[in-house]
Design a protein around this ligand. Structure first.
Ligand code: NDP
Length: 301
């Protein structure tokens, strides 16, 4: 390769790849230490009830990963695998029983739920003190009023990665692409609580690229493969790609990709998370962290 070619290559790939997988492993190790201390004090492991309704293959994979990593961190998991035909009344009964079960510190109901079950009713039935997904309106309200809360795992994972890299986020310009209840809205709230200047953009935003280009911190949670290219990114920005999209390829194979075009983003950004190996592992690690926090808070009551 000529010197010129090497130089161009270096110019094109400037961004650092943020290793969410390694950071998540360190976070799980911290949780494991905390869980061991909890067990020594409380005489039992922190407990996570995992409820899966139906046989959606992606949900089955997520639930299996969560339970395996819980076990590795010294958290007991209590699986409840229910058929897709389960009624809402039956599921609410189970939630009720888990709310009063002293061994259970966290309740995770894997979403999405089958059509006959209303997600809001289920989320609101979970005891807010055991709501390790942070979706209950009490926790949403606490987060938005700056009180201690169980915070949704994916945006919490994003915040921890950002604080690890940047320390104090105060005064940074942050743009969040997407306004879902599970990612975009709580992400915006966490960044605001960290004193960022926050803009949330969505499908009705005019000149999305210009909004995104104003960001020192760009968090993307849309669900559209590689939608964010170099033209959306301010030079040197930190880009967190929450998207998980499965792209079908030839011969029945598929690959995962994010909402950000990683190669294109790497030519402009200061640092970018890859997919896979970025935010995904942080989400599961934060679920375990939330379970430990819920256990500690319940014992301290
Ligand atoms: P939702 O579908 O609930 O929300 C998507 C958001 O993107 C909406 O606010 C929507 O805007 C916005 N949007 C859609 N199209 C555009 C567009 N063309 N321009 C601008 N905004 C647009 O998705 P989620 O928030 O649940 O998830 C987003 C992605 O993150 C998915 O790929 C999902 O799989 C992934 N995910 C990953 C997790 C992880 O652990 N890494 C965890 C959770 C989700 P509007 O509101 O106007 O419709």
């Amino acid at each position: 390769m000529t010197d010129q070619a090497t130089k161009i290559d270096q110019d094109v790939t400037t961004a650092e790849r943020i290793d969410g997988k390694a950071f998540a492993a360190a976070l799980r190790a911290d949780v494991a230490e905390g869980a061991a201390r909890f067990q020594a004090q409380a005489g039992r492991q922190p407990g996570l009830a995992v409820v899966l309704v139906g046989d959606d293959p992606a949900s089955q994979v997520y639930v299996k990963t969560k339970m395996r990593q819980a076990a590795e961190a010294g958290i007991a998991s209590f699986p409840h695998l229910l058929p897709g035909s389960t009624s809402q009344a039956h599921l609410l009964q189970l939630i009720d029983a888990l709310n009063s079960d002293d061994q259970v510190d966290g309740i995770l109901v894997q979403l999405p739920l089958p059509a006959q079950i209303e997600e809001t009713a289920v989320i609101e039935a979970i005891d807010p003190a055991k709501d390790v997904d942070g979706f209950h309106p009490v926790n949403v309200g606490r987060l938005s009023t700056g009180q201690p809360a169980l915070v949704p795992c994916t945006p919490l994972g994003c915040l921890l990665l950002l604080q690890d890299r940047l320390g104090d986020l105060s005064g940074k310009k942050a743009v969040v692409v997407g306004r879902s209840n599970i990612v975009g809205k709580p992400m915006g709230q966490l960044l605001l609580n960290a004193s960022c200047t926050v803009t949330t953009v969505h499908s009705r935003t005019q000149d999305l690229a210009a909004e995104c280009r104003s960001a020192d911190i760009l968090v993307v949670a849309v669900g559209r493969p590689e939608m964010i290219d170099a033209s959306y990114i301010k030079p040197g920005a930190i880009v967190l790609d929450v998207g998980i999209n499965r792209i079908e390829m030839a011969e029945g194979k598929s690959r995962l990709t994010g909402d950000v075009d990683f190669a294109a983003a790497s030519s402009v950004a200061g640092a970018v998370t890859p997919v896979p190996g970025g935010i995904g592992p942080m989400t599961v690690a934060c679920l375990l962290r939330n379970t430990l926090s819920a256990a500690q808070a319940r014992v301290a009551e």
